[in-house]
Design a protein around this ligand. Structure first.
Ligand SMILES: [Zn+2]
Length: 388
């Protein structure tokens, strides 16, 4: 099983300078591949990422000699990623690939290519990692997992650098605690409501930080273009964005890990449908992202610990069904926090009721698939996940 540990790096000026150049090269190769891909496609051809890698390789010494300054694996991996982005798009798993912009999700592959059998892709010792063209470099903490180091991706968040180190290991980060079943309703104000009635509010610092972000972006818009003050304000804002993203990611990880460790069957809703029902643009964008990330984390962690995630059908009206008597109440609309069932009179909390319905759905789906509820449907194999 491949686990990824993301560790903050402590580069000196020269090293961070190299990182920035490698990110630039990686971004250039990605964008070059996208442009060529679209060109070939328009001309009626069938683009292939391997062919594009060969093409750029044959061009670079003459046309883009500066590319030789960084590890060749960086542009190669970028083109592989571009190919992956297209194949995700064609499988309807992702949006049409877009050109990368400087400063947004900057990253590059920093090892020397695939690890040979029995060898680490790069040496890691205690709090130090040795990267090609850079040498030994300090990390904020030692690598958490034991095993073969498969790959290293270096990325930037605001002004900090991180290494995502993928390790092939038998270690599971946690031990399963319970074998329950649960339904989960995701929301904006409440991060998640469980069918047990438990509400997970998510990080508290969140609102204060969002207010600060609003203030900062207003002050940024008042600064003169090209001025030193504007640059400073921009960096401040980027750091805050990174901080908020970290807090959010941390809360999601805690939630998804907790869910799989305590439950063998987890019911969730079709999150695309829910995302579309909202109207505030920014909130929706942020929410869509974290809903997608929630499902991604839940699914890969479920595989590790042998849990089953059941995604309810997009026509399943989880919030409109009475979980007590099963009657459908079309009067339940967005924004309603609670309702009385017109048929049996039970008083519902909207989100908790939805979560209970999702649990019922999940349990009945696994029961039909396996013959009985307790026959151990969770026969998942441990499987590999690649670094994202
Ligand atoms: Zn009812």
């Amino acid at each position: 099983m491949i686990l990824v540990h993301k560790i903050e790096l402590v580069p000196n000026n020269q090293q961070s300078n190299y990182f920035a150049r490698a990110c630039g090269t990686s971004r250039f190769a990605y964008n070059w591949a996208l442009a060529r891909w679209n060109e070939i496609y328009k001309a009626g051809g069938k683009p292939k990422e391997a062919a594009l890698r060969r093409e750029l390789n044959s061009l670079k010494a003459e046309q883009f000699p500066w590319m030789l300054e960084v590890t060749k694996v960086a542009p190669q991996q970028a083109i592989k990623n571009a190919g992956e982005a297209y194949s995700r798009f064609f499988k309807k798993l992702g949006k049409f690939p877009r050109f990368k912009k400087k400063g947004i999700l900057d990253s590059f592959r920093a090892d020397n290519g695939p690890a040979k059998a029995g060898q680490d892709a790069v040496p890691v010792e205690g709090k130090y990692i040795k990267l090609p063209r850079i040498g030994w470099l300090k990390m904020r903490e030692p690598l958490r997992y034991e095993g073969q180091v498969k790959s290293v991706v270096v990325s930037r968040r605001a002004d900090r650098w991180f290494a995502a180190i993928a390790v092939d290991t038998d270690q599971l980060p946690h031990v399963r605690k319970n074998h329950g079943t649960v339904g989960v309703d995701l929301g904006v104000t409440t991060l998640a409501t469980l069918s047990t009635g438990e509400k997970i509010t998510g990080p508290k610092a969140h609102k204060a930080l969002l207010n600060r972000m609003r203030r900062l972006s207003r002050s940024l818009s008042r600064k003169k273009k090209g001025s030193a003050n504007r640059h400073k304000a921009k960096q401040k804002l980027a750091r805050l964005h990174a901080q908020i993203a970290n807090i959010r990611a941390d809360a999601l990880h805690k939630l998804t890990t907790g869910l799989v460790l305590d439950h063998t069957v987890i019911g969730i809703e079709d999150l695309n449908v829910k995302g579309m029902a909202r109207n505030k643009r920014l909130a929706r964008h942020v929410m869509d992202q974290s809903f997608g990330e929630f499902r991604r984390q839940l699914e890969y962690k479920a595989k590790w610990y042998g849990s089953t995630v059941v995604v309810a059908d997009r026509f399943f009206a989880s919030s409109k069904l009475c979980s007590a008597c099963g009657v459908k109440n079309p009067a339940v609309v967005l924004g309603v926090s609670g309702w009385d069932c017109p048929s049996c009179g039970v008083v519902h909390d909207r989100d908790e009721n939805a979560a209970i319905n999702l649990e019922h759905w999940a349990v009945s789906s696994t029961a039909t698939a396996c013959g009985s509820e307790s026959s151990g449907c969770a026969a998942w194999q441990r499987s590999e996940t690649m670094p994202s």
